[in-house]
Design a protein around this ligand. Structure first.
Ligand code: NAD
Ligand code: WQD
Length: 353
């Protein structure tokens, strides 16, 4: 049986964090959640507890409140490492207010990194994004060593954080895994947790689901005259539970490296740094996603083609090989499983309304 560890999770009540929490809980780890509920709901905690059968420790703290954050490190010397989801993620908002994104995603995160250094907690899994690839200049699929560039402030914050973590690995001996997720979608198969932002979602799938639930009138398709089969952009959509499980693989990878160091008496100052695409290879266009959601929900999803969005990137598909080799597994719940999970999610919403 694997050793149980205590893992500090920042912003774990959000979409990807809450799903990842169930995976770590079910693997027997103790999790400490930090979130300020700015884009999540407190009942998510109850639902996570129901799924994993125990209540995770929770702190309602804003990441910028450094002294409150420090008290967590002081009170929990048993913390083994950090899974860091903290970031504002709306591309349009980052274009309107880049400073908000620099502060939230870089400056406040730097405070967390300083605390990790101070309390000698050097294991971190970081949420990076497919957005760091220079999509307009690359031919998909994108591999981890492909050219990186950014086209909006949100993307810039992710790339800067990747570089900062590389420096901290080299000079402060952090052990780092950067996971570049492509487009996470759908929900936990219990129907108890899902992507439930407080604001109107900017991403395609939660938006289409809200239309299917009649919260919103229609989906706007941002351009159907692109150079693709049906004229709409294509994305590598990945089931959120596959993304969640990739965090466990990444964390295990850090654990294996630390054990290897101990067994071979390797100097403390040796570090681990790696980057992985988290992918499915199951890409879809905007129009295909809308059709799929209609099929899932058995509801009509009205749509209208409107002007292109200025910040949209080209087709984005991951090369899956590296994670497959190193983690020894594929991240590929089928799109049909995704349909079933989404159906459960929609039914659950209706039951509760
Ligand atoms: P989310 O918005 O659902 O979750 C973020 C959580 O952080 C929310 O629970 C919110 O209440 C909390 N939060 C926000 N500001 C806070 C603050 N100042 N202090 C404490 N808590 C705060 O986002 P998500 O989709 O789960 O994304 C998680 C990570 O994954 C982010 O780093 C994001 O950039 C990255 N990512 C997401 C996607 C995607 O499509 N969802 C793709 C690639 C990468
Ligand atoms: C997908 C496609 C839109 C909404 C964003 C971030 C990226 C990453 C994932 C975090 C595009 C079209 C969308 C709508 C539409 N996040 N669309 N109508 O653009 O791949 O990536 O989220 O790291 O950084 O940029 O995802 O879901 O916003 O859009 O037609 O109402 O759907 O034009 O072609 P995207 P998305």
């Amino acid at each position: 049986m694997k050793e149980s560890k205590t893992i500090l999770i920042t912003w774990w009540l959000g979409y990807i964090g809450s799903h990842t929490c169930t995976v770590f809980g079910e693997a027997g780890h103790d999790v400490i959640i930090v979130d300020n509920l700015s884009n999540s709901h407190s009942e998510v905690l109850e639902n996570i507890s129901e799924i994993i059968g125990k209540k995770p420790t929770f702190y309602n703290i804003d990441i910028k409140d450094i002294s409150a954050f420090e008290s967590i490190f002081r009170n929990h010397p048993e913390i083994d490492g950090i899974i860091h989801f903290a970031a504002k993620k709306a591309v349009w908002e980052s274009c309107e207010d880049p400073f908000l994104y620099y502060e939230n995603n870089i400056i406040w995160t730097n405070n967390l990194l300083k605390l990790m250094n101070k309390y000698d907690k050097r294991n971190i899994v970081f949420s990076s994004s497919a957005t760091v690839y220079d999509a307009p200049k690359l031919l998909p699929p994108f591999s981890e060593n492909d050219r990186l560039w950014t086209y909006n402030p949100y993307g810039t914050t992710k790339l800067v954080m990747e570089y900062m973590l590389k420096d901290l690995a080299s000079f402060k001996w952090f052990n780092v895994v950067n996971l570049r997720y492509f487009n996470p979608i759908w929900a936990h198969n219990s129907g108890l947790i899902w992507e439930n932002p407080k604001w109107v979602p900017g991403n395609l799938v939660p938006y289409v689901l809200k239309v299917a639930k009649w919260d919103i009138d229609q989906v706007q398709i941002y351009g159907d005259d692109y150079d693709t089969e049906d004229g709409t952009w294509v994305r590598d959509y990945i089931h959120v539970m596959d993304v969640a499980e990739a965090h466990l693989s990444a964390y295990d990878q850090l654990g294996k490296y630390n054990e290897y160091k101990k067994e071979n008496n390797i100097n403390e100052s040796k570090w681990y740094f790696d980057v992985f695409n988290i992918w499915t290879w199951d890409w879809k266009s905007v129009k295909e996603i809308i059709e799929l959601v209609q099929k899932v929900t058995e509801k009509e999803v009205p749509s209208k083609v409107v002007a292109r969005r200025s910040w949209d990137i080209d087709t984005s598909i991951a090369n899956p090989q590296k994670a497959k080799q190193v983690f020894g597994r594929e991240y590929k719940r089928s799109i049909y499983q995704a349909i079933e999970d989404a159906r459960r999610f929609v039914n659950n919403i209706e039951k509760n309304n």
